[in-house]
Design a protein around this ligand. Structure first.
Ligand code: ADP
Ligand code: ZN
Length: 742
């Protein structure tokens, strides 16, 4: 390796939330094995820490450097490219570099140090399994006894699992091995998260004309020296996935790899299955439901080139795919691509950056592109491919709007289910077809209100009303998760006549059961699917026709494709419209369009019934008319005027603390500081109480920044943050290109 003899200094980030790098010297015996991306051990303060080498240098400003103790990973864990992405994330999203490094490397990979393919396994020997051995051991060496107890009766546990769960070291296990009580073996293991499932191989379909045009455009992009981003705007069911599959096939044929991002992978099992069916074990699936070991293995299969295609949620954008030729971001508008905590990156945008760094094509697909991406296509920054027709000539579903104000006036009170919707459900039951009822809110009723004094039951820690959950007879806070028993009388005026107002999925389920007692009805929301595997079970029951009516939240809005679903009822299209968020209209449009897209995937055309109290809102109307462009134009008007995204970048600063007055005061001071350190062009608004004024016991204030340049905002924020003295107990979170403004 040329030049390494000169590079005696390693700059590292330590596994602690410190926003800086530290210099260490490389002892001569480690020269050559300390490489960029390696995990190493370093003396830090009075302890020994793990750290990652981010670059090598020939000199340091400091003289008294400590030396690196050892190299923990034989091969670099992070490629220079992914390190560059981490550095970009740290800069752009104002996150400590260590947070960024942590985000790009799965925990499972960070924690293990030895070569994953052959791992150490601990098995009990005959001598160790004898009666009473554990008891004898317990008196002298309780730690060894604990290890023995753990491995007794097991087929062989990974060493890493043993040491981690007992908080001990491998030395303890080795002592047991010396005594002949356990055996430690290296085993090459292979885990297959899809084991047990039969996969039917699929062949590429003959493309429709629009699909062919889109594929040609993507292939041209792939072959370009500086591949552009392609926005694939295709209505639901237009066969975008088939285009991705064939584009990937093309990429594989030229010896390159691919990355496919899907929103919340557990919610999109069908999409993942389609990739499996086409590419078999060339796929590595990365998702949060895998065990540490499984995730580790999938990651290594990619790094070692044994798998060429990574498919996964947000963090798969960092997958160690060798020489990727394409990155696909499916449902690019989906908010789950944005990480809610530091580093608050958006995987879609990181994908575009990675594409640029690696000269690899990026395809963003959606039936309802974000305004940001569509504006980029309009300005010529992205190419655009349009698919206006459903594949295989299937019809778009027919949409009908039911004005719930008229419904309410007819009978003198509001109903959850309109007569039209009930009749439509009845018809489906009669014809043995399936129905999906969608409501964007779980629970039974949204709030508990006293009709006499107007008291609303609110969470004591958060400034939001409790949601009533009937199955457990409790009030639950959807912000902090806290819960409380339902009081028997009003805590304010002692009146016993409580009323539940607002509706949730549980209430819809109850009502539908009352109307159709013989139908098989199932609810699907995060309450109904909290146990492992229940999500897949419900979907399977639905697929096989065991369920007639599925009632659910956003969980059922994504990527599902059931041919026998001919009716979709959107119980209340307005729930999102009244959110204090400038994207409320966009969210409503997306949701109606996406949910409606679940209908009519089979031979029979689908029908969609949208219940709303604001039937003339343009988000509802454009969705009904399948008019994305109309929606985009109208929505752009007000965004442009008010300088909101996509016409500006928006950063949201949230200041929080337990004391309301101290938090408010600090927010005002920080606002002044920001005003001073940012150019006039930047709009600085606030500070104002956040829409959720109090959460988990913390008061929250927000300052909103908007500017043409994200970099100007980031630099200004960084500068202001550096010279600002935060009083103890008040903290600040910065969210660049914020998506949630709560
Ligand atoms: P999207 O991803 O745009 O929502 P899908 O890829 O799910 O659309 O396609 C919808 C349905 O049409 C799927 O069942 C798919 O197998 C089928 N399909 C896609 N392309 C074709 C084609 N060229 N010929 C026949 N069927 C197709
Ligand atoms: Zn709460």
């Amino acid at each position: 390796m040329s030049g390494t003899t000169e590079q005696r200094i390693a700059k590292v980030v330590v596994e602690l939330a410190l926003d800086r790098q530290f210099d260490y010297s490389i002892p001569s015996e480690l020269i050559g094995s300390v490489q960029v991306g390696c995990k190493v051990s370093v003396p830090f303060g009075r302890s020994i820490r793990s750290a990652y080498v981010v670059c090598l240098a020939s000199g340091s400003e400091r003289k008294d450097l400590k030396g690196i103790l050892s190299v923990e990973s034989r091969e670099p864990l992070i490629s220079p490219l992914v390190l560059e992405l981490a550095a970009w994330i740290s800069r752009y999203y104002l996150a400590p570099i260590e947070h960024a490094v942590r985000a790009v490397l799965p925990g499972a990979v960070r924690r293990s140090s030895d070569n994953p393919a052959e791992r150490l396994f601990v098995t009990v020997t005959e001598a160790g399994a004898k009666n009473g051995v554990v008891n004898i051991l317990r008196e002298r060496s309780p730690k060894q006894a604990a290890v023995l107890e753990l491995v007794l009766g097991q087929e062989g546990l990974p060493m890493a699992d043993v040491t981690r769960s007992l908080r001990t070291t491998s030395a303890t296990v080795r002592l047991l091995e010396k005594k002949g009580l356990v055996e430690v073996e290296q085993k090459a293991i292979q885990r297959d998260p899809c084991a047990g499932r039969t996969i039917v191989k699929t062949e590429p379909l003959d493309l429709m004309a629009e699909q062919q045009v889109a594929l040609d455009m993507v292939i041209t992009a792939i072959n370009a020296p500086a591949p552009p981003v392609v926005l694939m705007h295709g209505v639901t069911g237009s066969g975008k996935t088939e285009v991705y599959l064939q584009a990937i096939q093309h990429v594989l044929a030229s010896g390159k790899g691919a990355i496919v991002l899907v929103p919340e992978i557990s919610l999109t099992p069908q999409t993942v299955e389609r990739f499996h069916s086409r590419f078999g074990d060339r796929i590595a699936v990365l998702h949060s439901h895998l065990s540490d070991g499984e995730r580790h293995d999938e990651w290594c299969r990619l790094r070692d080139g044994k798998a060429q295609i990574a498919i996964g949620a947000r963090s798969a954008v960092f997958a160690p795919v060798r020489n990727p030729g394409i990155i696909v971001v499916d449902e690019e508008h989906d908010t789950s691509y944005k990480q809610g905590e530091s580093p608050r990156y958006n995987a879609r945008d990181v994908a575009v950056v990675r594409g640029k760094l690696q000269a690899c094509a990026v395809v963003l697909g959606s039936a309802t592109p974000s305004l940001e991406s569509f504006a980029n296509a309009q300005s010529g920054k992205y190419r655009i491919a349009v698919l206006n027709h459903r594949a295989d000539h299937r019809k778009m579903p027919v949409m009908r709007i039911v004005d719930m104000r008229v419904e309410a006036a007819k009978e003198g009170r509001a109903h959850v289910m309109s007569a039209d919707l009930l009749e439509a459900v009845r018809l489906r039951l009669e014809r043995a077809e399936q129905t999906i009822l969608f409501l964007n809110r779980r629970g039974y009723a949204t709030s508990l209100v006293c009709p006499k004094c107007g008291y609303v039951a609110k969470c004591g820690m958060c400034s939001v009303a409790f949601t009533y959950h009937r199955h457990t007879e409790e009030l639950r806070c959807h912000i902090c998760g806290g819960s409380k028993r339902v009081p028997t009388k009003c805590p304010q005026c002692s009146d016993p006549a409580f009323r539940f107002s607002g509706i949730g999925t549980q209430r819809v389920e109850t009502i539908v059961k009352r109307f159709f007692p013989s139908a098989s009805i199932q609810r699907m929301d995060s309450d109904a699917t909290s146990s492992r595997g229940s999500h897949g079970r419900i979907l399977n029951d639905f697929r096989t026709g065991k369920i007639d009516i599925l009632v659910g939240t956003q969980m059922i809005a994504k990527g599902l494709d059931f041919p026998n679903v001919t009716l979709i009822g959107i119980v209340n299209a307005d729930t999102g419209l009244h959110m204090p968020d400038f994207r409320a209209g966009e969210r409503t449009f997306q949701l109606i369009t996406q949910v409606a897209g679940r209908a009519g995937r089979g031979e029979i055309p689908g029908e969609v019934i949208v219940q709303t109290y604001t039937p003339h809102h343009f988000a509802v109307q454009s969705a009904r008319n399948l008019d994305y462009i109309g929606f985009f134009d109208k929505e752009s008007e007000f965004r442009r005027e008010l300088r909101y995204p996509p016409f500006a970048h928006l950063a949201c600063v949230t200041i929080r603390g337990r004391s309301d007055s101290a938090t408010c005061f600090t927010a005002k001071q920080f606002y002044e500081k920001l005003r001073d350190s940012l150019p006039k062009e930047v709009i600085v608004a606030g500070p104002a109480p956040a829409p959720i004024t109090r959460a988990k016991g913390y008061y929250r204030y927000q300052i909103m920044l908007r500017s043409k340049s994200a970099l100007t905002v980031a630099n200004g924020l960084r500068k202001a943050q550096q010279d600002f003295m935060w009083p103890s107990g008040v903290t600040c979170a910065m969210d660049v290109d914020a998506i949630s403004l709560l």
